[in-house]
Structure formats: C-alpha cells, structure tokens
Design a protein around this ligand. Structure first.
Ligand SMILES: N[C@@H](CC(=O)c1ccccc1NC=O)C(=O)O
Ligand SMILES: [Zn+2]
Ligand SMILES: [Zn+2]
Length: 212
C-alpha cells in the first residue's frame, strides 16, 4: 500500500474560524439507551470551516455551487512546494517565488506557507497569493491550487484579486490544508467537496497518496 498523508484539519469544537464566522458545534440529538439503539448528532458549521473547497459562488453571485462543481480538479497528480522559508507574515507570494520551483507543466499545486500550522489559534497575518502567481500557475497548466492558509487573499482584502484570477483561469481552490510533516514532491491528491446544493464552500477530507 502506498502511504497516505492526511492533510485535513480535525473539525472539532474550538477549531479556529474566520473572525466573526460561525463556530463549529456538534450536539447529540439521539443517545444510545434502552429504547434507542443509536447515537445521532446534529452539526452547525460554516461552509469555510477547516480544510475546505471554495465554490465559485463564494465570490461570484452567478457562480456555481458545490453540488454543481465538476470534480476532476480535486483528484489526481499534485505537486507540493514548500515556500514557508521564503515568505513572512503579510507577504504575497509572487510569480518570482514560484518561477524556478514550478515544473514546466503541472496539474495541481499545493503551497506550504506556514512554518507550522496554527491548530490552536487564528493567524490574521497569514501570507497570501498574488494574481501574478496565479497567472503563472495557469500558464503551466495548473487546474487546482491548494494552500495551508485560510484564504488565497489577505484577510482584509475586499477585492479578492487572487480568487478572481483563479476564477478567470478555471482553477479550483483548496484552503486550510495541513502540510506540516509532508515532504515536498509529487503525490496523488484526493479532496472532494460535499454535494451540497447552494453551498459556497464545503469541508473536504484531503489526502495525499504517495506515488509508487
Ligand atoms: N475568502 C475566504 C473566506 C472569507 O472571506 C470569509 C469566510 C467566512 C466568513 C467571512 C468571510 N469573509 C468576510 O469578509 C475564503 O477564501 O475562504
Ligand atoms: Zn474558503
Ligand atoms: Zn477562498
């Protein structure tokens, strides 16, 4: 069996969420007891909780939702690049950061930007991605970008320039990946958004499988 790296955050009470967004809650509605053979729970969560996919609807009112999103981009060869030594807080990853680290042709790119993933707290100064970097990925054939930070754009962005560059290029987005402990290199990615009608994003279980 080829090794599987789980690159998903654990969804749990207290998982850091975008400032002001709904906190994750899980509550038992049925409990195993004499007359009840099962445990069942209900959940409350933001569509952008933890490791998640953005659908186009997140930043375009006319964009498609998670149920309509084609899945091809979310499964297949992916290249992990560690830029955590090249960026600091509030930096934008530019084309120059990527140019000599990217293969000539690349299907999917995962960028590690945190030196250590902040599991216990929200980092408002996370590095983000420039539109020029997205354009370079698109030129090289990339159809998915995944990042460990919670958004492609800086937290205070009102224009979401990187999201729109991605939109123009038809690239899919994964955010909040946990890329600590995974060596740089080529893998098979599997990270499917749930088929939720009307959803602007969805948690994913993201894995990287070693290629034999
Ligand atoms: N753009 C971010 C998320 C985002 O902006 C957001 C997520 C949850 C609640 C509010 C958000 N933005 C509000 O301006 C993302 O790409 O997931
Ligand atoms: Zn998102
Ligand atoms: Zn996003």
């Amino acid at each position: 069996m080829n090794r599987i790296y789980d690159i998903s955050q654990t969804i749990r009470p207290g998982i850091p969420v975008w400032p002001g967004d709904a906190k994750f809650k899980l509550k038992r509605t049925w409990v195993i007891e004499e007359e009840c053979p099962v445990n069942v729970s209900k959940m409350k969560m933001s569509t952008h909780t933890g490791t998640h996919a953005d659908s186009r609807l997140h930043f375009d009112e006319e964009g498609i939702d998670c149920a309509e999103t084609p899945l091809d981009s979310y499964v297949g060869p992916a290249t992990l690049i560690d830029l955590s030594g090249d960026v600091v807080a509030n930096d934008l990853v530019d084309a120059a950061h990527l140019a000599n680290r990217l293969p000539d042709r690349v299907d999917r790119v995962l960028l590690k930007l945190f030196k250590a993933f902040p599991h216990e707290g929200w980092d408002p100064d996370f590095p983000a991605i420039s539109p020029a970097a997205i354009d370079l990925l698109a030129e090289r054939g990339c159809k998915l970008i995944g990042v460990d930070v919670p958004s492609l754009d800086p937290q205070d962005s009102k224009t979401l320039d990187a999201h729109f560059a991605v939109y123009r290029a038809g690239i899919a987005i994964l955010e909040g990946l946990v890329l600590d402990d995974v060596p740089e290199g080529d893998y098979e990615l599997i990270a499917l958004p749930l088929k939720i009608e009307g959803a602007d994003g969805s948690p994913v279980r993201a894995i990287l499988r070693e290629i034999p």
